[in-house]
Design a protein around this ligand. Structure first.
Ligand code: CA
Length: 415
């Protein structure tokens, strides 16, 4: 999904560095909105020709795939605007794992039943997990991104403070086109270069993409078999173990000290049991198989602190985490996979009196705002800049805290 790279890029940057990064981008964006920026871009591209050749991009390929390429300075603004909103995890999950996505995911599981069985047999990753990644990354192929990859990565190779990183991705993009896996005009993705049904970065594609339909091309844009097999292969390389679950929700005894615990601090299940942890329904932890399979050690994850939902997570959760380094992301995939298998929402409520909104509820908020005369653009369930401005205006009118966030409270008030 489009948000994917945001999580990677921001979570990987130390705070101080992030600030410098934003400042440099702002400067680059300001300079580059002029025609001067395009001249700079052409000079920069010429300078990339030789390094690209050294990286395996033939001269005629480089000429062909960069012919007429211009910089898209809006991408620098995108990057610049990324860290503005720190979304609570309950908002993040409410939109990614809602009833709509569960229903659509179950329909996809049925539709691709045979394919997913073959993928599971070859790579050892179960259908619900693969489909959950697909659903979170591209809404089952419905949101593939709109940025021409050569333009986006070319721009980021020449402006901004991560040019070296993006040049590697740019050369990989050119090699993918050179090899004929995907037609140039089909290769679109997120502004940061993730593309296809499962939003691989170009270098990830080169390492891990699979040709599962056997047509000789690895096509993550237009082949569902290639895309789903590639996801399964990614997870298997990341250490997925089909004999165990990702984890499960648990109940903590009152007063449990969760400081120092986390995804990476794995302890034997019997140690957790000795500390009084149970399954969320109060039954004993499954120390001898059962729903946890062969899960022997697990880390205790409390994404909203000890008062919110708590989870014991296995190495499989780490495999999902490696797809996109954010625990909230991992939890969205893991939870969606459980919901696709028929499980319900988490038992423990999030520690908030203003829970998040599903996409249907976000569309309802947009309709209500629009009905009150606000210009909120397309009713798409995505609360962007226009929606946020309208939300702030209504929060001010209603004497709510003015923060631009829409939750159940605002929805109820608008209704
Ligand atoms: Ca193929």
């Amino acid at each position: 999904m489009l948000a994917m790279f945001r999580l990677i890029s921001i979570s990987c940057l130390p705070r101080a560095q992030l600030h410098r990064f934003i400042c440099m981008l702002a400067t680059a964006a300001a300079m580059a909105t002029s025609a001067w920026g395009q001249t700079e871009f052409q000079q920069c591209l010429s300078g990339l020709r030789n390094p690209a050749k050294a990286a395996g991009v033939k001269e005629d390929s480089f000429a062909r795939f960069t012919h007429g390429l211009t910089a898209d300075m809006g991408i620098l603004d995108k990057m610049n605007n990324q860290p503005e909103f720190r979304m609570p995890i309950w908002d993040y999950l409410a939109a990614l794992v809602d009833n709509e996505r569960v229903a659509e995911g179950q329909a996809q599981l049925a539709k691709h039943h045979d394919l997913l069985d073959k993928v599971a047999a070859q790579y050892g990753v179960d259908p619900a997990t693969v489909v959950a990644v697909w659903g979170v990354e591209s809404n089952f192929g419905q949101t593939l991104g709109k940025y021409q990859l050569t333009q986006a990565l070319g721009t980021l190779s020449c402006f901004g403070s991560r040019q070296n990183y993006f040049r590697g991705e740019f050369y990989a993009t050119l090699r993918i086109l050179q090899a004929g896996h995907i037609e140039p005009e089909r290769l679109v993705g997120s502004w940061a270069g993730a593309f296809g049904h499962t939003q691989f970065m170009p270098t990830t594609f080169e390492r891990l993409a699979q040709d599962f339909d056997g047509d000789g091309r690895r096509d993550l844009m237009d082949s569902v078999p290639d895309a789903l097999a590639s996801t399964a292969y990614f997870l298997s390389k990341a250490g997925w173990n089909s004999a165990q679950v990702w984890g499960f929700e648990v109940k903590l005894p009152v007063g449990t000290d969760v400081s120092g615990e986390g995804r990476k601090t794995k302890r034997p299940l019997n140690e957790w049991a000795a500390r009084g942890l149970t399954q969320v329904d109060g039954s004993a932890l499954p120390l001898n198989g059962g729903p946890a399979g062969l899960m022997i050690t697990a880390g205790l994850m409390t994404p909203a602190g000890a008062k919110g939902p708590a989870f014991l997570v296995s190495r499989n959760f780490d495999a999902i985490y490696s797809y996109n380094a954010a625990e909230s992301y991992g939890l969205a995939i893991a939870h969606l996979s459980d919901r696709l298998r028929g499980a319900g929402p988490f038992s423990t409520p999030w520690p908030t009196d203003d829970a998040g909104l599903s996409r249907a509820e976000r569309r309802e908020v947009q309709n209500l705002l629009s009905g009150r005369g606000h210009d909120i653009g397309e009713i798409d369930g995505v609360l962007g800049d226009k929606s946020r401005i309208a939300i702030k205006a209504e929060q001010s009118r209603l004497s709510h805290e003015v923060n631009g966030r829409a939750g159940q409270k605002l929805l109820r008030a608008l209704r």
